[in-house]
Design a binder for this molecule. Structure first.
Ligand SMILES: [Zn+2]
Ligand SMILES: [Zn+2]
Length: 463
């Protein structure tokens, strides 16, 4: 069983490494020989809520004795040819250049004086060549330290490495110390017994979005607020109608005609009076709504629309933000009820892409991108309202938030189990569903939008 220290999000610059790249990097650096190995990561970047976020996009392993060899200072070093080839790629593709090597040890790591001397010798020139950030990185299997140099000559420490896998790993130079002054509020006593003080502090430090505040999203909001998530971003442009009342927790007749965001905000504040809420009674197509999603640590997608799916998926793949999709399907045809599905799907950078899984209809997306009047006209066949009932919504919502809290507090047995969960209540069965990935997907495949962050798209065409 994997065991990882839980570290609350740290303020400062961070590097996010997608699970698939981390698996490859880990295998390359730690093959069991206790020797030194090297590699380069190329990364996009964006501004996050706690500082610059570097977004690892590609791993280039350095071949032992060819690209990574004994240096003149007595330590191993990347060969001049390997550095040249990759710094020129960083320049041409406008990506951050991240040379990586490993040290011995497990939960603590720091650069050696030789490492730091080589950074001071080499990095000012490298940043002039690439005109992008350069970040020296040293790793053990459970710790990371980074030395970040900017093209303007400034230099900072990397605060953490984030790995959005089935456990949401945060690697630091040393484990976060539990501090007596930071003990959680007494009301969380029973939760702290599962998640620890650091797990509870991690919930408090997180920014989490819920996209879609219908039957499933309303419950997810309440569960997250009661769990102690510190900042919720609530997105839905819809108003409560009378037929929603049986399925919306906390709703009364006086909510009819008012935004679903108002109800969800009230519900969250009742659960946790000090919570921070960003309420967005708008559609996800609005660029500032997308900008809010990119500032999150996790997204919950509980809306059916193609635009909501597309923009959530884009935040996952281009900005490396993990997400969970949750929904219920109750097919009823001519009064006959078919197989009922309550689904939660894990959307992780590089895996679990909604385009690859065929879950975004391009025609629906095109219609969604039109103005409201055009949208209404395009749906010329009035849809029959779908069947819906609270306990089925609760099945999907509870599965989604349960997975999230295990991931954040690193309680999942297997870091690399990325399956979604499908409940079929009529047959009382539960199956795991694995996602597909297409090698040429514009969103999740290497070399396309993946992990580009804010890089200008003019460069995408030339790469
Ligand atoms: Zn070193
Ligand atoms: Zn894809």
């Amino acid at each position: 069983m994997a065991h990882h220290a839980v570290n609350p999000p740290a303020t400062g610059a961070s590097l996010t490494i997608p699970a698939r790249l981390w698996q490859q990097l880990h295998a390359h650096l730690f093959p069991g020989d206790h020797a030194a190995h090297g590699a380069v990561l190329l990364a996009g970047w964006t501004d996050g809520p706690r500082g610059l976020r570097l977004l690892a996009r590609e791993l280039i392993p350095a071949r032992d004795h060819i690209d990574y060899q004994p240096g003149t200072t007595g330590y191993h070093a990347l060969s001049a040819a390997f550095v040249r080839d990759n710094i020129l790629r960083a320049r041409d593709e406008h990506l951050a250049y991240i040379p990586v090597h490993n040290h011995g040890g497990t939960t603590r790591v720091q650069f050696s004086p030789t490492d730091l001397a080589s950074h001071e010798r080499g990095y000012p020139t490298l940043t002039q060549i690439s005109d992008t950030p350069i970040c020296g990185l040293v790793l053990t299997p459970q710790a990371a330290a980074g030395d970040l140099w900017h093209p303007d000559g400034t230099r900072t420490d990397l605060a953490e490495v984030v790995i959005p896998a089935n456990n949401l790993l945060r690697l630091r130079p040393q484990p976060t110390a539990p501090s007596a002054s930071d003990t959680s509020h007494a009301s969380y006593d029973r939760q702290v017994r599962i998640f620890g003080d650091l797990g509870q502090r991690t919930f408090q430090a997180m920014r989490v979005a819920v996209i879609g505040l219908g039957g499933v999203g309303n419950l997810i909001t309440e569960y997250l607020a009661r769990l102690g998530i510190g900042h919720l971003i609530l997105v839905d442009d819809d108003l409560v109608d009378e037929t929603n009342l049986p399925r919306l927790s906390g709703a009364t007749a006086s909510d009819v005609g008012h935004p679903k965001t108002a109800l969800a905000s009230r519900l969250a504040r009742q659960a946790q009076p000090t919570i921070t809420i960003t309420s967005l009674t708008e559609r996800v197509e609005q660029t500032h709504v997308q900008a809010e999603l990119r500032q999150c640590d996790w997204l919950f997608l509980a809306a059916d629309g193609a635009a909501a799916r597309h923009f959530t998926n884009a935040a996952v793949q281009q900005y490396l933000i993990p997400a969970t999709q949750a929904g219920v399907k109750i097919p009823v045809r001519d009064g006959t009820v078919g197989q009922i599905h309550a689904v939660t799907r894990l959307l992780l950078p590089g895996t679990g892409c909604l385009w690859c899984d065929g879950l975004i209809n391009p025609t629906d997306l095109a219609i969604d991108m039109h103005a409201p009047a055009d949208r209404a006209a395009a749906h010329y066949v009035p849809g029959t309202p779908a069947a819906s009932v609270l306990p089925l919504n609760a099945l999907a919502a509870a599965e989604a938030v349960s997975h999230f809290m295990h991931a954040v507090s690193c309680l999942h047995d297997d870091d690399l189990d990325h399956a979604g969960v499908l409940h079929r209540p009529r047959t009382r069965t539960r199956d795991l569903i694995n996602s597909r990935t297409h090698p040429d997907c514009r969103w999740c495949a290497p070399q396309k939008q993946f992990a580009l962050g804010d890089r200008p798209t003019t460069n995408v065409a030339s790469s």
